[in-house]
Design a protein around this ligand. Structure first.
Ligand code: IVH
Length: 692
């Protein structure tokens, strides 16, 4: 089966259509699509990824077109796929809630625009159509019905004709107006107003919810769409209320006793006036070139947004022309979804291995058959911890769903259970550390498992790699391979050993030229100027992350002073809890930890005055970064701002000091900054800030 999208031909979880009898294949595809629809809409847990689902639909459509005798009005290709859960009563929509047809690249989009122009010509309209561009929000469609300005009923899409009554749950969603604002001095509202839009969970709310669930040992939601669907379709609306759901309105339905509209953009303006959130990216477009540029921009910058989008929607703006060209049973002819490359794909889980981190934490990870997802080829993905593997019940040999959204590390969502063989067994966490053979321990009440051997070779390696990493001492050229080489040659076994490295000894190592050795020594020397917060972070002290390291550095000012820290003093720092304080004090009072710090001090690490000043120059300021900054990764820009004491957040608000806009900045962030009067800084301004 050829999976559409992005020019990559890949297998899907449904096998391949080759020599199979078309009738048998149609039955197979219809049944898989129906099952997937049930899992997606009723169980809020997808059985096929969107990409596999789209590919199965495309294949089924192609067979039905080639063999008209196999076509059937009951086929899922002619239906909108939802259902009604017995938890909710059913609601008949005032008019059908349709789905959208898809295109997957620019040439398909151009063909669709050509077809649209021809249909309009046939319908008697001349010239090319005025189009409207919107983001395709990845949530779930809902219909809201207002009588005399008051929210009376909310329903899910269901099968398009009949949906689920979710009124009580929707009442808890803050951004959805319960009473319409009305127009003009008389605050006029229509007698009946039905609006449609996408209910979604912001990514920030999704991350917080999953963190909370993971801490409680509950299963994580696979993606924001599932989390939104699961949160809306709760028996108890109080649960929905806690989930931070949001809504973008994209369509006016029935409007009785209100104004007459000629265009879609007029309807959206009106809906904004009535109090509905309308996405700020929605806009009229003048040319195909403009659509191409917008699609390309949002495909690249989709992760700058605090909500998932899975594409763009291009719509005909003129409402009377929409009427003229009408719809098929499933989708309107006047709109098309341009689907972005998938963030989720299925692939085979080859094995589950365990990696040992700098503090001995044993993290299970999946070895995967390489799969192109979220813009890169993924071969490994974290499985977090023992409980998460058990909750997900993924097993070597399974076909699994892999998700990679933007810079986020790839994750295995779960197994495609229909693919599992009868003798597959649950995976067992190993009893012994694979690196040193020491029995693993799992402290009571913790979800993580550890190798307790401080001298475990994996821990020794990772402690030095972490110390040298960009976010800590920023010693370029000291990756895993080079550190392993230094350890093997007996030149280092702890971070402090790096400062005694000798050029001549380095030159004796295989593949080591003078330039390399000189550069490494120069990098190590330069690292002595790093702020002490980075030194503390680099020491791999359990529980001491970026924020705790900065707070401790600010409190003590020097490494020598930090050596005398005690629990009572540390616990008084806002943001340093007992666990952090206890762990830090245990480290500085241990022989090993104290010696490390004393050796670092003796080597001249963390003594530079500028290092200490650097931590506070931007204190109290809050920045948002958008677009590309030349020569610096986003992570680097953020970490350098934080080094100067600034806060970096993902969305612009009135608390934002400035928006730093690099090349191709996110339009929504720039618009929001302009709206709120937040200063917009250029790349040069950023460099000046960091030079403070
Ligand atoms: S218009 C009849 N606009 O995509 C056309 N849909 O795959 C109604 N969606 O069911 C849909 N963002 O849930 C439209 N800006 C947008 C959208 C959007 C997301 C969803 C909607 C629809 C699904 C079709």
């Amino acid at each position: 089966m050829s999976s559409k999208g992005n020019g990559t031909e890949e297998k899907t979880g449904l096998g391949e259509f080759s020599e199979i009898d078309p009738k048998a294949r149609v039955i197979e595809l219809r049944s898989a699509i129906q099952r997937a629809n049930f899992a997606y809409y009723m169980m809020d847990s997808p059985e096929l990824t969107d990409a596999d689902f789209d590919a199965a639909m495309a294949e089924l459509k192609a067979i039905e077109a080639s063999f008209p005798g196999l076509d059937d009005p009951e086929s899922p290709t002619h239906k909108v796929g939802g259902g009604i859960s017995p938890l909710f009563s059913s609601v008949t929509h005032l008019s059908p809630m349709m789905s959208l047809d898809n295109v997957f690249d620019q040439s398909e989009l151009l063909r669709w625009i050509g077809r649209l122009d021809r249909s309009l010509e046939v319908a008697g309209s001349s010239g090319s159509a005025e189009l409207f561009f919107e983001l395709k929000i990845d949530g779930l469609a809902v219909s809201l019905l207002y009588k005399n300005g008051i929210l009376e009923r909310a329903a899910t899409r269901g099968d398009g004709l009949v949906g689920e009554d979710v009124t009580m749950n929707v009442m808890t969603i803050k951004v959805i107006p319960k009473v319409l604002k009305g127009r003009g001095d008389g605050k006029t509202v229509p007698e009946i107003l039905e609006v449609r839009g996408e209910l979604y969970m912001p990514i920030s709310a999704f991350d917080a919810l999953n963190r909370d669930r993971q801490e409680k040992g509950q299963g994580r939601f696979a993606n924001p769409r599932n989390a939104a669907a699961g949160s809306l379709r709760q028996k108890d609306p109080k649960v929905t209320a806690t989930r931070g759901l949001s809504f973008w309105c994209y369509q006016l339905g029935e409007c009785i006793g209100g104004p007459n509209f000629e265009t879609h953009h007029q309807t959206l303006e009106y809906l904004k006036e009535m109090g509905f959130p309308v996405n700020e990216v929605a806009q009229r477009v003048k040319s195909q070139g403009e659509i191409e540029a917008l699609v390309a921009h949002y495909e690249e910058h989709r992760h700058d947004l605090d909500y998932d989008i899975d594409g763009a929607v291009i719509k005909l703006d003129d409402l009377s022309l929409r009427e003229k060209i009408g719809s098929t049973a499933r989708a309107p002819r006047w709109a098309i979804a341009y689907k972005f490359p998938p963030q989720e794909r299925t692939t085979k889980l080859v094995d589950i291995l365990v990696s040992i981190g700098k503090s001995g934490k044993a993290t299970p990870y999946a070895v995967l058959e390489p799969v192109f997802v979220g813009g890169s080829t993924v071969q490994m993905a974290t499985l977090h911890n023992q409980d998460q593997v058990a909750i997900k019940d993924v097993r070597p040999g399974d076909v699994v769903v892999v998700r990679k959204a933007g810079d986020v590390i790839p994750e295995v969502i779960g197994a495609v259970s229909i693919e599992r063989g009868p003798d597959s067994l649950p995976w067992d966490f190993p009893k012994l550390c694979p690196e040193c053979g020491t029995p693993f321990v799992r402290p009571e009440g913790e979800s993580d498992t550890y190798c307790p051997n401080f001298d475990c070779p994996a821990q020794v390696l990772q402690r030095i790699v972490h110390f040298a990493a960009r976010g800590c001492m920023r010693i370029e050229g000291l990756g895993e391979k080079r550190v392993a080489q230094l350890i093997k040659a007996d030149l280092v076994s702890t971070p402090a050993d790096l400062y005694s490295l000798d050029r001549e000894e380095l030159l004796k190592l295989p593949n080591t030229k003078e330039k390399m050795a000189d550069s490494l020594i120069a990098q190590i020397t330069a690292s002595k100027e790093r702020p002490i917060s980075k030194v503390i972070l680099g020491l791999s002290i359990k529980h001491v992350g970026e924020s705790a390291a900065s707070l401790i550095a600010d409190r003590y000012g020097t490494l020598s002073a930090a050596l005398d820290a005690n629990v009572a003093e540390l616990s008084q720092i806002d943001g340093v809890g007992e666990a952090i304080a206890g762990s830090f004090v245990q480290y500085v009072q241990s022989n090993w930890g104290r010696t490390q710090i004393e050796r670092l001090i003796a080597a001249g690490v963390g003594r530079s005055v500028s290092a200490v000043v650097g931590t506070t120059a931007l204190a109290g300021r809050s920045y948002v970064v958008t677009g590309t900054i030349s020569d610096m990764t986003r992570e680097e820009v953020e970490s350098r701002l934080k080094e100067h004491g600034a806060k970096v957040t993902s969305s612009v608000s009135s608390a934002t000091t400035a928006l730093i806009a690099g090349l191709a900045p996110g339009a929504s962030k720039v618009t929001k900054a302009q709206k709120l009067g937040v200063v917009i800084l250029t790349e040069e301004d950023l460099r000046a800030l960091l030079a403070k």
